[in-house]
Ligand binder design. Structure first.
Ligand SMILES: *Cc1c(COP(=O)(O)O)cnc(C)c1O
Length: 629
């Protein structure tokens, strides 16, 4: 066994946001970002401890101090930027509920956010109802985006009477009709915002939500229509907020600057037309550096949170001063930036399909010459000739297969060829892992990568990995003081060929395989997927009826331990059956009828009947994922 510690192979220091560290025993440890020099808490130990309590993997782990830290950092950085730039307005952020609606997360954000007058943003009626049940601080905003009907608008307007600063953001001229009507009916004025469609085009995965293609917001001509209509109705004094949102995970800080500048142009022009704005809402978009590359691409960003804040404030101040317009309160709707880092998914490896380093096989005199050719490939496996070796080995093997098809070699001969091929490819793979290789060769070799079968559903827990090729850092959580001996792709527990992960963030870039260790008998091998707190929880679906995973919220303690704050058990099988309209009791009684019919025909003993029915009943109450006996 090679014991060279190679902790940086996975690039944990590069993408880990200082939240993770490899411990001397090889475990991945969690650090408390709120405490300096905190002792790391071993992730495998947390998982084992949870297992002892009956909470089995897959588990979604939420870490409170990480969430709190992100929230404090954003508010603190805006406060710092406002001070250092001499900006005269305040910052009042809101959390967009759609990014993580889970009760535990929202209540934590609201609680920690109170001292910053942090508010909420909603985009639908259910989200509005969530927000209206939260004890927001007095000055916090409740911003309503999305399509709104009468009921939505009525609730929003009336909620002001019980102390909410609810702002209805107008997204269309039609919405204005509804607002005017409801407001007249109630005899109460609303707080209004207006959503601007900016022309600036951003890059990245969400490019389409900016510029002309965006389906949201009002073009300049419509904006003017709305303003004039409000003026006619004597309600222009209600229009207090300008809103724009340029899409999520904006990779390039200069796109942010450009958009802020454009938003500011609208703002100052509208103020000149007499709009009494007090808030400038710049939407979300603050990204996460999932790969640690620190550059502008889909999964990385070229700025930090303090830089983002400084750039926003600086750009605003300059443009506002030039137009001699009073500094408004800055609002942002960062979702991903607040919650992404705080959750991680942990699962166990259930099984492996290894493309193994079979023992070398010698060719005999009377073997077909292709067998000898295959054996010979091993003699020239050197870094410079890897592609040639792969091509040759594939050619000889395929020739042999075609001879077999036509009845020219026996199954024994072909089996020998397959064995030699496997050995040769294993040797090539080993060398390739320590060599810089071309993308094409990597593509070739991935066909022969080992597969680690893991206890999770990509569709339920990592929907963006499946749908938009989102990259999340993934690492084995233990034995990182041992050199990994294999490279694997991960497949999930669904029966879908899309249910696999084959892009990984490593220290030296993106790889199609993950370095992993050989499994040891009777020892769990845990893998962690990091930064999954944003969007993943509710976008996930019930493919193959794998339900919600167990979820726990923890706090890290000073001495390298943890406290379990909250636990939500994952879906049971009867719950997922109900989602698709089955009645679990009905299923059970139908099953019993068939069992009893079999007993009546003497096909089943009554003892077997009991075993069978107990198994069915137990399963209904059980976890949808693989459970140990
Ligand atoms: C989704 C959304 C956000 C959140 O964006 P992030 O990139 O997660 O910060 C903010 N505002 C609106 C209007 C949104 O639709």
């Amino acid at each position: 066994m090679n014991t060279t510690p190679d902790s940086d192979l996975y690039g944990i220091d590069r993408w880990g946001y200082g939240l993770l560290e490899v411990m001397p025993n090889g475990d991945v440890g969690l650090l408390d970002p709120l405490k300096e020099n905190s002792a790391p808490v071993s992730l495998p130990k947390i998982i084992k401890d949870l297992k002892d309590r009956g909470i089995t993997p897959p588990v979604l782990l939420r870490v409170n101090s990480i969430l709190e830290n992100s929230l404090r950092q954003l508010n603190g950085s805006f406060a710092d930027a406002i001070k250092s730039c001499g900006y005269k307005g305040k910052y009042r952020g809101v959390f967009p509920v759609k990014v993580n609606q889970q009760a535990e997360v929202i209540s934590r954000i609201v609680k920690v956010g109170r001292e910053f007058h942090y508010g909420l943003e909603v985009g639908s009626k259910p989200e509005l109802l969530i927000a209206l049940s939260q004890p927001l601080a007095k000055e916090s905003l409740l911003i309503c985006n999305g399509v709104k009907d009468n009921e939505f608008v009525r609730l929003a307007i009336l909620s002001r009477k019980i102390g909410f600063n609810t702002v209805i953001v107008l997204e269309s001229p039609k919405e204005l009709d509804i607002v005017l009507r409801v407001s007249k009916d109630l005899g109460q004025k609303p707080l209004l915002g207006i959503r601007i469609k900016l022309t600036n085009q951003i890059t990245g995965n969400w490019a389409k939500s900016s510029g002309d293609q965006s389906s949201f917001g009002l073009r300049a001509d419509k904006v003017i229509d709305v303003v004039e209509r409000l003026r006619e109705e004597n309600m222009l004094d209600c229009l207090v907020l300008q809103h724009s949102h340029l899409g999520s995970q904006v990779p390039n800080i200069n796109d942010i600057r450009g958009t802020v500048k454009e938003a500011c142009r609208f703002y100052t022009e509208l103020v000149a037309l007499g709009v009494p704005f007090k808030f400038l809402d710049l939407g979300g978009g603050l990204g996460i550096d999932y790969t640690g590359e620190k550059q502008a691409n889909e999964n990385s960003i070229n700025y930090t949170v303090p830089e983002y804040c400084t750039n926003v404030v600086e750009t605003l101040k300059y443009a506002l001063d030039e137009a001699e317009v009073e500094h408004p309160t800055i609002v942002t709707e960062s979702g991903r930036g607040i919650v992404a880092l705080s959750s991680m998914l942990v699962f166990d490896v259930l099984d492996t399909s290894l493309y193994d380093d079979a023992d070398a096989v010698k060719a005999n005199k009377d073997d077909h010459h292709l067998i000898g050719d295959l054996v010979a490939v091993e003699s020239y496996i050197v870094p410079e000739r890897l592609q040639e070796c792969v091509s040759d080995a594939l050619y000889y093997r395929d020739e042999l297969r075609s001879l077999f098809m036509h009845g020219n070699v026996t199954i024994t001969a072909m089996a020998k060829g397959e064995r030699i091929f496997q050995h040769v490819i294993s040797r090539i793979k080993k060398m390739a892992y320590d060599t810089e290789i071309s993308e094409q060769l990597e593509e070739h070799l991935i066909r022969f990568a080992d597969t680690y079968h893991c206890n999770f559903s990509l569709f339920q827990s990592l929907p963006d990995v499946w749908a938009i090729d989102q990259l999340h850092p993934i690492v084995p959580l233990q034995r990182l003081n041992e050199k990994p001996t294999r490279r694997a792709v991960l497949s999930d527990i669904t029966c879908d060929s899309d249910g696999k992960v084959d892009r990984f963030v490593l220290a030296d870039g993106i790889s199609k395989t993950l370095p992993v260790h050989d499994l040891k008998p009777d020892e769990e091998y845990y893998i962690g997927v990091f930064f999954v707190g944003a969007y993943q929880e509710t976008l996930g679906d019930l493919h193959n009826l794998f339900g919600d995973t167990n979820v726990v919220t923890i706090d890290l303690t000073a001495k390298g331990g943890f406290k379990l704050l909250h636990e939500v058990e994952g879906d049971t099988i009867s719950q997922v059956l109900e989602y698709v309209e089955y009645d679990a009791n009905r299923c059970l009684s139908d099953f019993k009828k068939m069992v009893d019919a079999a007993v009546a025909e003497d096909a089943l003993s009554i003892k077997e009947r009991r075993v069978l029915i107990t198994a069915y009943k137990d399963s209904l109450k059980g976890y949808t994922y693989f459970e140990e006996a």
